[in-house]
Design a protein around this ligand. Structure first.
Ligand code: AP5
Ligand code: MG
Length: 222
């Protein structure tokens, strides 16, 4: 089961990818989390991508693709995966299609989480993340059990570096200019499944699962 989760910045991709991963036992792969990990560890790739992320710009495709192919080649991806934050340009989408076609594989479905701009800004400004496990919290809608501490790690929650207002605006511009065309790309391919992302995380997860089950049933019956 190979799934892509599309959606605007702060649209709930990470939240839904984690839930789907838990329910389906396949890995959730977030290119944003992978880059942040490289930046944190001070790797060569981390040094090259840091400025793009801090400015809210997309990292050049050439720096994204090899990292993704390496990850998809890992054993835990054999039965499937959920991609969160990749592909984000039409070039990345074409490269993913080619990568899968070379292996006789294809995507089961592309879920597009639809969330309006005002809700995105609300969510990102209320977001705190765990510096240890990366889990996201919404301080009003999905707060941690203990004030400002991760439920799993107990670590003090922090703001993500790129969640500053001016950077959020740049991320939204990049999304409209370069990632919305990916939505149209998958719509033309006939595998796009829109899901309204404005509901509780549980309700959105149920809708995502319905779409995936619909796509799986369609794949079986042809
Ligand atoms: P990335 O980490 O992918 O960031 P993003 O796309 O901007 O998305 P976010 O992680 O901010 O939001 P999300 O959709 O995961 O939402 P979340 O579940 O956290 O990318 C960061 C940067 O890396 C990019 O700007 C770029 O520079 C680079 N990059 C990454 N991939 C790249 C690629 N392929 N190519 C080039 N560059 C790349 O939810 C948000 C908040 O809302 C949280 O507080 C959460 O608790 C809350 N929430 C979630 N669901 C709900 C709900 N239903 N109701 C209420 N609150 C909710
Ligand atoms: Mg995310």
């Amino acid at each position: 089961m190979k799934i892509v989760l599309l959606g605007p910045p702060g649209g709930g991709k990470g939240t839904q990818a984690a839930e789907l991963s838990r329910r389906r036992g396949i890995p959730a792969i977030s290119t944003g989390d992978m880059f942040r990990d490289h930046v944190e560890r001070g790797t060569e790739l981390g040094r090259r991508v840091r400025g793009f992320i801090e400015r809210g710009e997309l990292v050049p495709d050439a720096l994204v693709l090899d990292m993704v192919w390496d990850r998809l080649a890992a054993k835990d991806c054999e039965t499937g995966f959920i991609l969160d934050g990749f592909p984000r340009t039409v070039e990345q989408a074409e490269a993913l299609d080619q990568y899968l076609a070379d292996r006789g594989q294809s995507l089961l479905a592309v879920i597009n989480l639809e969330v309006p701009a005002e809700e995105i800004v609300r969510r990102i400004s209320n977001r705190r993340v765990c510096p240890v496990c990366g889990r996201s919290y919404h301080m009003i809608a999905m707060p941690p059990a203990e004030d400002e501490r991760c439920d799993v790690e107990g670590a003090a929650l922090i703001h993500r570096e790129d969640d500053r207002p001016e950077v959020i605006l740049r991320r939204l511009e990049e999304y409209h200019a370069r990632t919305e065309p990916v939505v149209h790309y998958y719509r033309r391919a006939g595998i796009l499944r829109p899901v309204c992302g404005v509901a509780s995380a549980e309700q959105v997860a149920a809708a995502v699962l319905r779409e995936i089950e619909g796509a799986a049933a369609r794949a079986v019956t042809g």
